[in-house]
Ligand binder design. Sequence first.
Ligand code: IPM
Ligand code: MG
Length: 378
Amino acid sequence: MSAANSKSALGTILALPGDGIGPEVVAEARRVAAWLADTRSVAFQFIDGLVGGASYEAHGVPLTDETMRVAMEADAVLLGAVGGPKWDKLEFKFKPERGLLRLRKDMDLFANLRPAMVYPALAEASTLKPEIVAGLDIMIVRELTGGVYFGEPRGITDIGGGNRRGINTQVYTTQEIHRVGRVAFDIARARGRKVCSVEKANVMESGLLWREEITKLHAAEFADVALSHMYADNCAMQLVRNPKQFDVIVTDNLFGDMLSDEAAQLTGSLGMLPSASLGATDSSGKRRALYEPIHGSAPDIAGQGMANPLATILSFAMLLRYSFNRAVEADLVEQAVGNVLEHGVRTRDILQPGKTLVSTKAMGDAVLAELERLTKTR
Ligand code: IPM
Ligand code: MG
């Protein structure tokens, strides 16, 4: 594939399918990429790599230095999912998740964009009442390289007498808060011009600093955007009570992890939501980036053709938009996904009475057929 595309390639993409359903869903996104290369000359050079348990099995580590090096040089990384029960008992540094966390940290992907959108055809698939979620369109901007995920000190120590102590550290600096805050305010400017900043300033010093620094940044650079603050527990409740009150939510790594899973479920299924993780823009206008569905590796259904590939296909659309400035093609892919859902094509996770149940690959087929149809009728 790389050889065929490299001549006129717009750039390189490191594909890291990972574990569980990762390879199945990435394969469908790759078919969309191949379609764009064939029909619209929007071609990329793909490089294949291993991450997570797949890398551990082959190399004894969840990410090799060589794969890390390739990731640093690629224009974008497209990842499936990592993890599975097979590797649950491994020492922390060998766990599949460490591969993903190293990619995020070493590429300095501090801003994680997790859009939660309800497709009209899926409003009924949500576990919430359709009127609560219909038309929902929120963006969660999660800080991704700091906080309790990476804070020091950390570890488990023996404190004698049969007692052990586990410790992690929640820590944020002004600079870390400002850079993710800027991303959130910038995105809000292109949407509903509202940012809700979420922390626990009532309990945590790092949360108080977060609130004060977001307030300062807002006053200095983004006074045209409406800013509100919310405690994370209240935000969790508001997301199921009245999610449409939100436009952009900006929050730390751990709260963002939890709130984005919650927001995903509002949309009907974790299997629908893409994400982009972005680094800083350098002087030449380039930024490191990794795209992945927000769902996990779902080992229970892996290899059975049951997984929903749409979150990964939509992650590829985000890649087109954010890493290659191909808004036309990104819109096209998103449109095709929306239409397929309108036509009642469903994987098991979003199945409703009267709709057509299809496999992972047949969902990919449906998206490709819709891309064909859309480009013929244009
Ligand atoms: C996510 C996942 C990861 C996280 C895991 C797999 C390390 O839950 O991307 O939300 O906790 O960040
Ligand atoms: Mg998560």
